[in-house]
Design a protein around this ligand. Structure first.
Ligand code: C2O
Ligand code: CU
Length: 462
């Protein structure tokens, strides 16, 4: 069990680390941005522990935060400095299929020493991210990921715009990454849940704030499998965007903010405490495994203002076509099957031998010849995901944001766009999107061990 001061359950104290301070932003406005996947070392744990050998973008954990303005063109020269192929996938970006970064589907893998140029227009504003789509469990698990922020033309008024890249690492007592990638137990159960949680590449200790300030907090969960459930109740958080898409601002139940693997949540927090106050934020997502996540520490400065900033927090809508889930829509069901303690479809044995433990509509990724289904360009597509497994699955569709219409037949009262939706055990989730972007788009679980163990397919828009 981890806490912010302990890792590996060894009771060894890790170094204190204060969040905040300036981190370098990579703004490619000056031209092209180079992004090199390469080995590096990172000070994840701190204290007397050694640096951790990682795989990184530009020798930074997390990778550089890329910032562009909405409507700008992003040009990235991706170099492969690893000893195995890689690609870069731009998670949540509605881009042309050739830029989607899926090896063998949208491009050839980038071989060691090679380069691939990604170029696309940042159409919608929001908090997005990037990561490899080759050997994903290991490449992301060793540290390859970063945030892409597409800034609104007119951002909302806040005092600070802060990004927290939430990550989860499985470390040994030497603070080195455990090599057990591809372990059957991880793949067939809940994925590679680690023992060390980091924010922006360090075990978080404190987060320095000032009374009266308003913070826009962008949470991005880049971990392989872990879901976070942060109790931010003390700050009366308002959620203003989910997966990079604006939502009518709302206060989550009890101030608890859930971020499943690959999801992003944008929050507005008003620091209503007094100078000198300290507030502990816990993560209690997994039953009986709550831990102290970070401590907010108010500075001694006089409050920035006496009452919360009186400025709107709603973000302008992005240009995403609204699905019309009527009689003309294409309706498809995708059944999630397999995994430990689960029911397997007929003929599963030959796949299980090949470490394919998860199935969509009866087949794992490796057993399927064509797409899960095809939808004509421009048509509304309604997909019901039915989870018949004992595990939760953050299901992600490339290239689109979809509306979450209902859960277990109960309509979603909030109008909510997602690119990754958490489907709980035995739950059915219905989503809809307009298939306006042609291509073969990956549709998969973002627990990367599930993805690699079969829980992936293609949705073809033609
Ligand atoms: Cu972050 Cu295939 O996705
Ligand atoms: Cu899964």
């Amino acid at each position: 069990m981890i806490t912010r001061r302990h890792f590996l359950g060894t009771g060894l104290a890790a170094g204190a680390f204060t969040l905040g301070g300036g981190r370098g932003h990579a703004s490619p406005a000056a031209g092209e941005l180079g992004l090199t996947a390469e080995p590096a070392v990172a000070r994840l744990v701190g204290g007397k522990w050694p640096d951790t050998r990682v795989w990184s973008y530009n020798r930074s954990i997390p990778g550089p935060e890329i910032r562009v303005r909405q409507g700008e063109t992003l040009r990235v020269i991706a170099r492969n400095g690893l000893e195995q192929p890689t690609t870069v996938h731009w998670h949540g970006v509605r881009l042309p299929i050739a830029m989607d970064g899926v090896p063998g589907v949208t491009q050839d893998p980038i071989e060691p020493g090679d380069v691939f140029r990604y170029e696309f227009e940042a159409g919608g504003a929001g908090t997005l991210w990037y990561h490899p789509h080759f050997n994903s469990s290991e490449q992301v698990g060793r540290g390859l990921s970063g945030v892409l922020v597409v800034e609104e033309a007119e951002p909302i008024r806040v005092d600070r715009d802060v990004t927290w890249v939430l990550d989860d690492w499985l470390l040994r007592e030497t603070a080195q990454i455990d090599d057990s990638f591809g372990h059957r137990g991880q793949m067939s159960h809940g994925g590679r849940i680690g023992n060390t949680v980091t924010v922006n590449g360090r075990i978080p200790e404190t987060f320095a704030v000032r009374a009266g300030e308003r913070i826009r907090l962008r949470l991005a969960n880049v971990s392989n499998a872990r879901t976070f459930g942060l109790d931010l109740g003390a700050f009366e958080p308002k959620i203003i965007a989910l997966d990079g898409q604006p939502v009518a601002p709302f206060a989550p139940d009890g101030g608890k903010v859930t971020v499943a693997a690959a999801q992003r949540v944008d929050l507005v927090l008003d620091m209503a405490g007094r100078p000198g106050e300290r507030v502990t934020v816990t993560d209690g997502y997994y039953r009986n495994r709550a831990y102290e996540f970070v401590e907010f520490v108010y500075s001694g400065e006089r409050p920035l203002r006496d009452s919360p900033l009186d400025a709107p927090v709603a973000l302008p809508r992005n240009p995403v076509p609204e699905p019309v889930p009527d009689g003309d829509a294409l309706r498809r069901t995708v059944v999630l099957q397999g995994g430990a303690m689960g029911a397997f479809p007929d003929g599963a044995d030959r796949f299980i031998e090949d470490n394919q433990f998860w199935f969509l509509n009866g087949l794992p990724d490796k057993g399927r010849d064509g797409p899960l289904f095809t939808v004509e360009r421009g048509r509304t597509c309604v997909v019901t995901m039915r989870n018949e497994t004992r595990w939760e699955h953050p299901m992600h569709l490339h290239g689109f944001s979809f509306r979450v219409l209902s859960r277990n037949g109960r309509p979603n009262m909030r109008s909510e766009w997602r690119d990754t939706v958490l489907v709980h055990p035995e739950e059915s989730v219905e989503v809809a999107f307009v298939a306006d972007n042609p291509g073969d788009w990956m549709f998969h679980c973002h627990v990367l061990e599930h993805q690699m163990a079969g829980m992936m397919g293609i949705v073809r828009v033609a």
